[in-house]
Design a protein around this ligand. Structure first.
Ligand SMILES: Cc1cc2nc3c(=O)[nH]c(=O)nc-3n(C[C@H](O)[C@H](O)[C@H](O)COP(=O)(O)OP(=O)(O)OC[C@H]3O[C@@H](n4cnc5c(N)ncnc54)[C@H](O)[C@@H]3O)c2cc1C
Length: 300
């Protein structure tokens, strides 16, 4: 293992992703920024997770496979504090109605542009015509199918003229001396705002699980997906483990009632002599955990 420390951001293919028509997510910094090479000569911030975990589990395991196994073990067992050793600072620009949803995630540190201190820019979100959605009939919180082009175009023209007019009135109010903190009341929630947003990896995974999910509104999902893309090359093993084990990514958490149904079902399969499929993992511990779960489901 090299003792040379490399800035992890220099190996990062992308640091900035455009979102919606005028927004973006920029990765400004990450801790640890200076990282040692792993046994394969790769420089990733996954090292901070194993480094912290080894304080509790002792030293000695240093191969890439052992590091990967340890991170995957931590993720499977919700041993989350080592994940908090990686921290991210993003600069984000999004419409105010997206920021309203985003700010509900209380574990981040935020500093936002001030509409009291500065004159706000004439920048409003105008969706693509193909992305004007009909109110969903099954999900009261969402829209799904695309609405007809005529309705979409009419709606977009209306937003556009309303926003131009609102901004004109805003500048008129400022020019007669109305305070910036009150003049802004005229502006709609499609106005763009900006903030710095700092969060640790454990809480970022929680945010991403909720906001990359198909139930999240499209307009916040694009920002969450951009963040996921930015962090993946920096913590590839942690992201892989999160995708494999998080109930909102690919895993399933079962209730006791559901376990009972499956147990009955597998009992029937046994009667017909069907074989239990193998787990696609070469990790001994993970295979042992699967054996335990299979037993619980009455599969052996
Ligand atoms: C699809 C979707 C629809 C939604 N719809 C609505 C809606 O209609 N109305 C609405 O008001 N909100 C809505 N929300 C917001 C949602 O209720 C949460 O406020 C938001 O997702 C943040 O989740 P969180 O509290 O788990 O996250 P964070 O604030 O990031 O907190 C992370 C975790 O820390 C713990 N935590 C943090 N602060 C506290 C605290 N003060 N007390 C106890 N535990 C704490 C909790 O375990 C929490 O899960 C919606 C969210 C989604 C994803």
């Amino acid at each position: 293992v090299s003792t040379e420390l490399i800035d992890v951001l220099t190996n990062c293919p992308r640091l900035n992703i455009s979102c919606l028509d005028k927004g973006f997510v920029r990765l400004m910094d990450v801790m640890p920024r200076l990282v040692p090479a792993n046994a394969d000569g790769k420089y990733t911030a996954d090292c901070a997770i194993v480094q912290a975990a080894r304080v509790s589990y002792g030293h000695g395991t240093k191969t890439v496979n052992e590091d990967r196994g340890l991170i995957r073990y931590l993720m499977r067992h919700q041993h989350s504090t080592p994940m908090e050793m990686v921290e991210w600072k993003f600069h984000c620009k999004m419409p105010i109605f997206v920021a309203r949803q985003w700010i509900r995630h209380r574990t981040a540190n935020v500093n936002e542009v001030s509409g009291r201190y500065s004159v706000l820019n004439d920048e409003f979100y105008l969706p693509d015509v193909d992305n004007i959605r009909q109110q969903s009939k099954t999900n009261r919180q969402g829209g799904d199918e695309k609405i007809t082009n005529t309705d979409a175009e009419g709606f977009l023209q209306y937003i556009d003229s309303l926003c131009s007019n609102a901004y004109k009135k805003y500048t008129e109010a400022l020019s007669v001396g109305i305070a910036r903190e009150q003049a802004r009341m005229i502006l709609p929630v499609s106005l763009y705002t900006e903030w710095y947003w700092k969060i640790d990896l454990h809480n970022l995974f929680h945010f991403l699980a909720l906001r990359c999910d198909s139930h999240a509104q499209y307009e916040i999902r694009v920002f969450a997906e951009a963040m996921l893309e930015l962090i993946t090359p920096i913590v590839p093993v942690a992201v892989e483990a999160w995708n494999d084990y998080h109930p909102m990514r690919g895993a399933v958490k079962l209730t006791r009632l559901e376990v009972e149904v499956l147990r009955d079902f597998f009992k029937k399969l046994d009667w017909y002599g069907l074989e239990k499929p193998d787990l696609n993992s070469d990790n001994k511990r993970e295979r042992a955990e699967w054996e335990e779960k299979a037993k619980l489901l009455g599969w052996m």
